[in-house]
Design a protein around this ligand. Structure first.
Ligand SMILES: [Ca+2]
Ligand SMILES: [Ca+2]
Ligand SMILES: [Ca+2]
Length: 1016
């Protein structure tokens, strides 16, 4: 089987290596290196990984962890839970920091702070029944595959079977229609009984506008039921509270506590954090505390952040409209907080702002007047900012702080809509239905068509659809749209350029429903249903794409795409973390181009030096700097023409020059300090940064040639050739590439003779960009074999016993690929940071590269390891964590996908090629290009190989093609047809690579197929 090798350099100069490879003495394995060389993969286990299989179905306990993002890309984060209920609701522009990993690699059910849902209603034999669509329905099954969530509900005692499909439109290459702040629901009701039934759906939604500001703003919420275009909409908004001119003169304040006494008086404390009495200002080793009144306050930095405790007031009567207090300290909800308790339940809560200074805060408690309450101050946090400062708690008729506002400028101001595509029944009928759906609903849901209420209150509005008659066995599908519009994000949202409120979003989706839903389903079908790849693998590799519709990704009003590393954590589309990410570039290339032009060549670019600040700042990361050149070339390849390259070449050249200057002597090795993604600096030559540098030089050479900058192309080539040669000469240890470093001078954070999983990062990139080998293939292959042998553990447990990770992203008993090990030299306890951790981004990076090197079993085993770790019995399969949820590095999975197809593409040149690495005799997979996407099919038999490129969306411009044929195909006869018509071509076969030139450029449009027949 041939690979599409585009290697233009001849490796004859390296022939001595064959000798050095074969004579390399396998050094003795270090005693503490307990990772087995034999991975215990049985034939049966390997066979199973290759099986096509079916889509996964989860039920029972497994449903609890599942949270599939179902909102539009870069519009917030809304989960569809395993039972079809919604959760997370991060659509209100609040900054959410999702934790460092030790917190988020845990088993939990995603929380739902906003109430919403659906219940099915059925009238049968004179009786009306209603049942909510949640895990209590009976048998509930989740079979969602991103972007389409799918949940089925059955119950032998209920006459209906229900199927709910939930998704936001997701159409590769159409970013705008994939970035709608909305979720579509198709609820199909099937009559499984023997008699005709009348069916309908009740939908309800809480008014959560001003979700977070509600506690500190004087406003009211408004909820309406509107009918328009034969649709029914629940519309939630908020507005300034009306000013009451008849407000009675305020009563005097009552101070509940000023913490001026020697002790806490009749307040009760538990734990160690509060000590015996109030603090007097700043505590030992604390930053200065200010803003409190008098001398005393509550300050739980006693013994620093580690201790916990609670401090609870005696009961008191709420007899004023507000409770005012001063608050500072940590910003951990539920962990460093002050709570108002009624009957022991938290009814109001507040946290600090990670600031030692105390500031006024208030709770509006008018609706609670007359109740007995307690104040409880809580410290349940031990990490950074794990303490709270409180002083001067007062009952008052006036809020002490000027309320935030104006209301329409608050970050969580906007609108929230639940739209039904049809007629809703009358409020009185809806009330009857709510009464049937159970007590809990009855109390909570209003059906009035226009109500206003204080923002401190939480209220739902419900709407019931008109009923439909269903004969036995018949089905009906009802459509709903949940839409949101919260434009006051710090940098604005792109969606606010196109819409003015959530109702407009809902109507847009329903007006274009056929196209938006149809094209989303078409992508799902093309990617999952029509492919020959194992279904579990498709699920895994595409599940990370969901990170686009989480808090990790933002699309600013200016048109700039911007990302965290993980949800809410580590800002600035970090060049070195996003170095691993390939999905966005291949699915929505315009968004990656915006990140290049508006960040890397824009705000993050230092025009003097060519430095690309790795967080859009002025800080240097060696890997991110080289990666930016690779990304620039990729973005050019994914463009329809060369305008992107032309426009940006001066910047790209300067960015590459920055690395060449760090190289210093044009020998192709960067030896001075190299800050990188391990949050440390490598010193001396190494192939982690080195391979990225050489690949960047090769990409630079290609781009320079395309722009006519021949002199620079030559220089890049020369430096690259030297670097490639010297790397093998100086860093090859016989089995893998090591680091050249003086540990006496740099004892910390180096890997020296260690085996780094990412040692060939740039080589993997080079394959993905069609740049071929940057090191001799023999060394590359051997090094990857060593990464597999030394770093991949079928059970990470034994190794982690003596080599503890900083953070756990895999548990004992689970498989994983270690960042770095020292199989043949002493373990460096102070070596490269994160050495003992497991990162899915690195695993995909390595697995993808293994596919290019024909190490398919190993590649699949690594991916299957991730699949196992993220089984819903333990973790949300859609949330691969690292430093934060939905970590961007995991977008590397698309590199595995591209490698499996042996995909090569150059948009401006109209070049497309495939060399399937898995089942090349019968292969089918989706592909994307600059302006269109479709499916590629290859069938191979002894005498004939056929290729089909079918465009299913957009268009595809082609001038040249390339395919791999078996070695037995020495002489071939090739014919090509486009949409059934014969196409004139030239072709040449070289070392199993068949290159085809189409004489007159071709443009295939949607529905057209290019067929290539290769006879030997
Ligand atoms: Ca005080
Ligand atoms: Ca603490
Ligand atoms: Ca150098």
């Amino acid at each position: 089987m041939g690979k599409l090798s585009t290697t233009t350099i001849k490796f004859a100069a390296f022939s001595f290596l064959v000798v050095s490879l074969s004579t390399a003495q396998a050094a003795k394995i270090r005693k503490g290196h307990v990772i087995p060389a034999d991975k215990g993969l049985s034939r049966n286990a390997i066979r199973k990984m290759y099986e096509r299989g079916k889509r996964q179905t989860y039920q029972g306990k497994d449903l609890d962890t599942i949270g599939m993002p179902v909102g539009g890309i870069a519009t917030g984060q809304l989960y569809l839970r395993g039972d079809g209920t919604l959760a997370v609701w991060q659509i209100f522009n609040r900054h959410v920091f999702s934790g460092y990993g030790r917190d988020n690699y845990r088993t939990y059910r995603p929380d739902s702070p906003v109430d919403s849902g659906f219940a099915v209603v059925v009238e049968s034999n004179g009786r009306t029944l209603a049942k909510k669509l949640n895990r209590d329905f009976g048998i509930v099954e989740f079979t969602g595959e991103y972007p389409i969530g799918l949940v089925r509900y059955k119950n032998p005692n209920f006459p209906l079977q229900v199927e709910m499909e939930a998704f936001s439109p997701f159409i590769p290459l159409n970013a705008k229609d994939s970035a709608l702040p909305a979720t579509l629901f198709h609820i199909t009701l099937e009559n499984t009984s023997k008699r005709a039934v009348e069916v309908g759906i009740l939908g309800w939604l809480e008014n959560a506008v001003l979700m977070d500001s509600a506690k500190s703003v004087l406003a009211q919420r408004r909820s309406q039921i509107q009918k328009k275009k034969n649709r029914s909409l629940i519309v939630h908004t908020a507005e300034e509270a009306p000013t009451h001119e008849d407000v009675p003169s305020p009563r005097s304040k009552i101070v509940i506590a000023d913490f001026e006494g020697p002790d806490y008086g009749d307040w009760k404390s538990t734990g160690q954090a509060f000590g015996k009495g109030p603090a007097h200002g700043t505590l030992a080793e604390q930053n200065p505390v200010s803003g409190f009144l008098g001398k005393g306050l509550v300050n739980t930095y006693l013994g620093k952040d580690v201790p916990h405790g609670t401090l609870t007031s005696p009961p008191f009567e709420i007899n004023r409209k507000f409770i005012n207090f001063l608050i500072g300290g940590g910003n951990h909800i539920g962990q460093t907080c002050i709570n108002l308790l009624i009957d022991g339940k938290v009814v109001r809560t507040a946290v600090g702002k990670s600031n030692e200074k105390l500031e006024w805060y208030f709770w509006d408690v008018e609706e609670l007047e007359g109740k007995q309450a307690q104040i409880q101050i809580v410290d349940k946090a031990s990490g950074g900012w794990g303490h709270i400062n409180i002083d001067q708690i007062e009952l008052s008729d006036k809020p002490e702080k000027v309320p935030s506002g104006p209301v329409d400028k608050l970050p969580d101001y906007g609108s929230l809509v639940l739209a039904f595509d049809g007629k809703a029944c009358s409020p009185s009928e809806a009330s009857n239905i709510i009464a049937l759906a159970g007590d809990t609903l009855k109390k909570k849901i209003s059906v009035q068509n226009n109500i206003a209420f204080p923002v401190t209150q939480r209220r739902n509005t419900g709407m019931a659809t008109n009923t439909v008659k269903l004969a036995p066995g018949a089905k009906t599908t009802l459509q709903f749209v949940l839409a949101w519009f919260f434009p006051n994000y710090e940098h604005g949202h792109e969606y606010a350029n196109r819409f003015n409120n959530a109702s407009e979003v809902a109507h847009f989706i329903l007006d274009n429903h056929k196209r938006l839903a149809g094209e989303t389903r078409k992508w799902h079908k093309t990617f999952y249903e029509d492919s020959t790849l194992p279904r579990w693998l498709l699920f895994r590799l595409h599940s990370t794409v969901c990170n686009l519709s989480t808090g990790t990704c933002h699309w600013w009003k200016s048109g700039r795409f911007w990302g965290w590393e993980g949800v809410g954590c580590c800002a600035g589309t970090c060049t070195h973390v996003w170095n691993y990410a390939h999905a966005l570039a291949r699915l929505f290339p315009e968004l990656e181009r915006s990140a290049r032009e508006m960040q890397d060549f824009g705000e993050g670019f230092d025009s003097q030096s060519g430095l690309v600040g790795f967080r859009s700042n002025r800080a240097y990361a060696a890997d991110g700097q080289c990666g930016t050149v690779l990304k620039a070339y990729r973005e050019h390849l994914m463009s329809a023409d060369n305008t992107f390259l032309k426009r940006n070449w001066p910047h790209i050249k300067k960015i590459l020059m920055f690395s060449i200057i760090r190289d210093g002597n044009d020998d192709g090795l960067i030896e001075i300090s190299q800050h990188n993604t391990f949050d440390i600096n490598f010193e001396g030559a190494n192939t982690f940064v080195g391979s990225l540098y050489l690949a960047a030089l090769r990409a630079g050479e290609e781009m320079a040639n395309e722009t006519g900058d021949k002199a620079f192309a030559k220089r890049c080539r020369k430096i690259y050739e030297s670097g490639s040669r010297l790397t093998v000469k100086r860093l090859w240890d016989g089995e893998y590439f090591i680091q050249e470093v003086d540990l006496k001078k740099y004892p910390k954070h180096q890997y020296e003779k260690g085996c780094l999983s990412d040692q060939l990062f740039g080589q993997g990139w080079a394959h993905l960009l069609g740049l071929g080998y940057i090191y001799p293939p023999e060394n590359v292959n051997k090094a990857l074999q060593s990464v597999w042998k030394y770093n991949w553990a079928p059970d990470i447990g034994p190794y982690n016993v003596n080599h503890k990770p900083e953070r756990w992203f895999a548990s004992p008993g689970e498989p994983g690929l270690f960042t770095c090990t020292w199989p043949k030299s002493p373990y460096i306890a102070e070596g490269v940071r994160y050495k003992n951790e497991i990162w899915t981004g690195i695993e995909y990076q390595v697995a993808g590269h293994m596919v290019w090197e024909d190490m398919l079993d190993e590649a699949l085993a690594i991916c299957y390891g991730i699949e196992k770790r993220y089984h819903p019995a333990k973790h949300n399969p859609f949330n691969e964590v690292e430093c934060g949820d939905h970590y961007a590095r995991a977008f590397a999975s698309w590199g595995v996908y591209a490698a499996l197809a042996g995909y090569e593409y150059h948009g401006p040149k109209g070049h497309l090629g495939f060399a399937p690495a898995i089942t090349p005799e019968d292969f089918r997979a989706a592909f994307t290009c600059a302006e269109g996407w479709g499916t590629f099919t290859q069938k191979r038999s002894r005498k004939i190989q056929r290729e089909e490129i079918e465009v299913r969306w957009g268009r595809l411009r082609l001038k040249t093609l390339a395919f791999a044929v078996p070695e037995s195909f020495q002489n071939v006869k090739v014919s090509v047809t486009a949409a059934g018509r014969s196409v004139k071509i030239d072709y040449k076969l070289n070392d199993s690579r068949l290159d085809i030139t189409i004489k007159n450029e071709l443009v295939l449009s949607e529905g057209q197929t290019l067929e290539i027949t290769i006879n030997r």
